[in-house]
Design a protein around this ligand. Structure first.
Ligand code: SAH
Length: 432
């Protein structure tokens, strides 16, 4: 490392560092990624397994949130009721966050439980809730109809409330630094299971379950989730159809959906290039994030197993295509791992590859690695992190270090996994 770089950004009169002889670049070790403390599932060719198809195919019974408003109306009519009942049911769910027939007093009393059965099969049962940051961060552990466990993380920030949602039970992408990947993929989540995370979070907020509540009144809208990041468990683009249906319902105006702004929704992917191109063609102004983590194929092949299919150049082209099509600035995620992907030359190479495609189309979000069970890797040091960020900014690539929340409750990026304790809690819960 060049010691002169250490006082980057400091005032000119700041005390100068004592110059030591710059160490040759080779002195910076290169740690290679490999699973530590657990065995990465691998195929006959010795490469880490990638699971695209979900092993467990059974999905929950169709729920109101799986359907468009027209489909709900057709179903209501099928049950011998007028179509407008579909709107009432939808309002209960998407505006009042309830699926309890007793509370739906505008529906005929003798049909309430039948309607609830037809439209609201139980999806997510809360098993556990962990709270930190003075109540401003909440991690939920949910049990699905077939016993599968998923998590979501709710975070209050000044001016916004973010929910980090899961899109699959487990994940088939097998990234060695992410805890979710270690357990493999159980199944895809349904559209309604994805949406129910948001609806349940909104209910918890309305009940005052997220820290200091802002007072409603004076015409202010009641608080609810207004920012969604698909950064929980799973690879959203490997569950493309259900995830996109969920996105459509998030932005559909009430009572069809949640009436959220597309700009407040971020879909993050490990880099499934064909799916990124498809997403661009949908032309919805959501925010697109690419988990790059390395600018060179040599390292990315080991760090992100799916890089064996779609290389750095191809995913960057696909990401740039997203910007071209939608005009939305793309985010590049980069977990900084000590001595693995945090070398200054990699910051330069990343800047070069991004700038080669144009200016103003992208910003980089480095994030210090969060610890995962069994891993010996650690986050980059502060100096190295700062130099990485500074080099990108100096090259004209807007770069901001991402805030990380929920580490104390294993709720931060890459830490979501159903632990043995979670499984015991879920079993105890199911046993009553
Ligand atoms: N599968 C999607 C979304 C889930 S992960 C994806 O890969 O983008 C959300 C983000 O957390 C991704 O950028 C992922 O690479 C990052 N991440 C995973 N493990 C991490 C860890 N241990 N520390 C920091 N970030 C991590």
């Amino acid at each position: 490392m060049d010691p002169n770089k250490l006082n980057h950004g400091e005032a000119a009169d700041a005390p100068k560092l004592i110059k030591t002889r710059p160490r040759p670049a080779a002195a910076r070790p290169q740690v290679r990624p490999k699973a530590e403390g657990w065995t990465q599932l691998s195929g006959p060719d010795g490469r880490p397994t990638l699971q695209f198809a979900s092993p467990r195919v059974k999905q929950p019974q169709t729920h109101l949130a799986d359907m468009t408003l027209a489909e709900r109306e057709a179903k209501v009519v099928e049950l011998g009721l007028p179509a407008f009942r579909a709107k009432q049911l939808s309002k209960h769910y998407f505006e009042h966050y309830t699926s309890d027939p007793e509370l739906m007093t505008d529906l005929p009393k003798d049909r309430r439980s039948e309607l609830a059965e037809a439209f609201f099969p139980p999806l997510l049962t809360e098993v556990k809730r962990l709270v930190t940051d003075d109540g401003a961060t909440v991690k939920f552990l949910w049990r699905l109809f077939d016993g599968a466990l998923v998590e979501s993380v709710l975070m209050r920030y000044p001016g916004r409330i973010t929910l980090c949602v899961s899109s699959q039970c487990g994940c088939g992408m097998n990234c060695p630094f992410c805890a979710t990947g270690q357990a493999g993929l159980t199944r895809n989540m349904s559209t309604a299971e994805i949406l129910d995370q948001v609806v349940q979070a909104n209910r918890v907020i309305a009940e005052g379950g997220l820290g200091r509540k802002r007072e409603a009144g004076n015409g202010a809208e009641p608080e609810r989730v207004n920012n969604i990041v698909f950064m929980g468990m799973g690879e959203p683009l490997a569950n493309y159809k259900r995830v996109m249906n969920a996105v459509h319902r998030m932005i559909a105006p009430s009572p069809e959906g949640l009436g959220m702004s597309a700009r407040g929704i971020t879909v993050s992917t490990v880099g499934l290039a064909p799916a990124i191109r498809k997403l661009a063609d949908e032309d919805i102004p959501i925010t697109f994030a690419l988990s790059l983590h390395a600018p060179d194929d040599e390292l990315r092949d080991d760090l992100i197993p799916v890089n064996s299919r779609w290389k750095v150049e191809e995913v960057l082209d696909a990401a740039y295509g997203y910007y071209e099509k939608t005009g939305r600035r793309v985010s590049i995620e980069y977990a900084l791992i000590k001595d693995m992907n945090d070398h200054p030359w990699r910051a330069d190479l990343l800047a070069e590859k991004l700038n080669a495609r144009g200016r103003g189309w992208v910003h980089v979000n480095p994030i210090p690695l969060n610890p995962t069970p069994g891993s010996i890797w650690t986050a980059s040091t502060r100096e190295v992190t700062r130099e990485f960020v500074d080099r990108l900014n100096a090259a004209g690539v807007p770069t901001t270090l991402r805030d990380t929340r929920g580490k104390e409750i294993d709720g931060a990026c890459g830490q979501l996994v159903a632990t043995e304790q979670d499984k015991r809690d879920a079993a105890a819960y199911a046993a009553g």
